[in-house]
Design a protein around this ligand. Structure first.
Ligand SMILES: [Zn+2]
Length: 309
C-alpha cells in the first residue's frame, strides 16, 4: 500500500495487521492435555482406526504402553511415529498452544515465555511446523530436495539433519507468481544466485538488496525472483536505481503482506529461506481461513519418504 504525502512523495503505509482468529473449540483443547491428545489422534487417524505408518496396513496390535505393531510388516510404532509432530519434545496441549502462538505470529521469545520451554525446544518444534506446511505445498517434492538443500535436514523421516554449506553457484532462486487472489512461490530450476548476478551485470536485470535478501524486477511470468544470500556474495556489484522494480511499483497485496514479515526475517539463512517463503505463501493464500486446524492436520501427517533415502 502506498500513499502520497503533501510533499508529493510516495511513502509506504503498513497495512493493519490482521490477527487470525483461533476458534473457541481449538482454544479449549489447549487447556486439557487429554483432550488435546485425542484431537491430535483424530488428525493422525482421520477414520478413527490406526494404521501402519510404514506399509499402510490397517491391522495393528496394541502392545504395552503406547506401542502398536503392524500385523503385516511387524513394524512397532507409536501413534505419532513417522509424522512431523514426532519432531519435538512437546506435550499434546503444548503443541496446540504453540500452534496458536504461531498462528498469531508471536516471536520465538514470546513463545518460549508463554510455554515455559527452552529456546531450542520451541525453535525445533517451529521447524517441524514449517516443514509440515511446506510438505503440503503442490511443489513439495521439488522443494524437499538437493536443489534447495532442505533434504539435508531430514534423516529418514526425522528432522535431525542440518544445513549444507551454500555458495554463489548453489544458493537457489525462487520466483513469485501472482494469480488473482493467490500467490505461488516456486523454485526456479537451474537458477542460482550466480545466475541473477550474471543477468544483472550483463543483461541489466534490476536487483534490489536488503541485507541478505535480493529480489529482482519482473522476469518472464514471475513478478519477481528472490533469493536469500550469505556473506560469500559480491553484493557490492549491485547498482542502485531511481525507479522501483515492478513488484514495489504495483502496490501488490501479497508484497505488502510479505514485506512487513520479511523485515522480521533478519538472520534467516539461505538454507532455511524456502521454509519461510512457503509459510508466507500459505498464510497469504489462507488469509480468510482459520489456519490452526489446517496446521494441526499437516503436523499430524506422515513425513513423505525421500527418494534418495
Ligand atoms: Zn506395516
Amino acid at each position: 500500500m502506498t500513499a502520497t504525502t503533501a510533499m508529493g512523495m510516495k511513502m509506504h503505509v503498513v497495512p493493519p495487521m490482521i490477527i487470525p482468529e483461533i476458534p473457541e473449540g481449538f482454544a479449549a483443547l489447549t487447556k486439557d492435555d487429554g483432550k488435546a491428545r485425542e484431537y491430535l489422534l483424530s488428525q493422525t487417524w482421520p477414520t478413527g482406526d490406526p494404521f501402519c505408518p510404514r506399509c499402510g496396513h490397517r491391522k495393528v496390535y496394541s502392545l504395552s504402553g503406547d506401542r502398536l505393531r503392524c500385523a503385516s510388516c511387524k513394524y512397532t510404532f507409536q501413534p505419532f511415529s513417522g509424522r512431523w509432530i514426532n519432531n519435538g519434545a512437546l506435550s499434546p496441549s503444548e503443541w496446540l498452544r504453540l500452534i496458536t502462538l504461531f498462528v498469531e505470529e508471536c516471536s520465538v521469545h514470546q513463545m518460549k515465555q508463554e510455554l515455559n520451554l527452552s529456546y531450542n525446544t520451541v525453535y525445533k518444534a517451529l521447524t517441524a511446523i514449517r516443514f509440515a506446511i511446506l510438505a503440503h505445498a503442490i511443489d513439495a517434492r521439488q522443494l524437499i530436495s538437493a536443489a534447495t538443500g532442505l533434504d539435508s535436514y531430514l534423516k529418514g523421516n526425522r528432522l535431525t539433519g542440518g544445513p549444507r554449506e551454500m555458495r554463489m553457484d548453489t544458493i537457489p532462486v525462487y520466483g513469485i507468481l501472482r494469480r488473482d487472489d493467490l500467490v505461488f512461490i516456486d523454485l526456479v530450476p537451474g537458477f542460482q544466485a550466480e545466475t541473477l548476478f550474471h543477468f544483472h551485470m550483463n543483461f541489466h536485470l534490476k536487483l534490489i538488496r536488503t541485507g541478505n535478501l535480493v529480489y529482482t524486477d519482473r522476469y518472464k511470468d514471475y513478478d519477481a525472483l528472490i533469493f536469500c544470500g550469505n556473506d560469500s556474495l559480491p553484493y557490492e556489484v549491485i547498482r542502485r536505481y531511481d525507479e522501483p522494480p515492478h513488484i514495489d511499483a504495483v502496490n501488490d497485496e501479497f508484497w505488502d503482506f510479505a514485506q512487513t514479515r520479511i523485515k522480521r526475517f533478519r538472520g534467516i539463512s539461505c538454507q532455511r529461506f524456502p521454509l519461510y517463503l512457503k509459510e508466507l505463501e500459505f498464510r497469504f493464500n489462507n488469509r480468510e481461513k482459520s489456519i490452526a486446524e489446517i496446521i494441526t492436520a499437516y503436523l499430524c501427517a506422515l513425513v513423505p519418504v525421500q527418494e534418495s533415502a
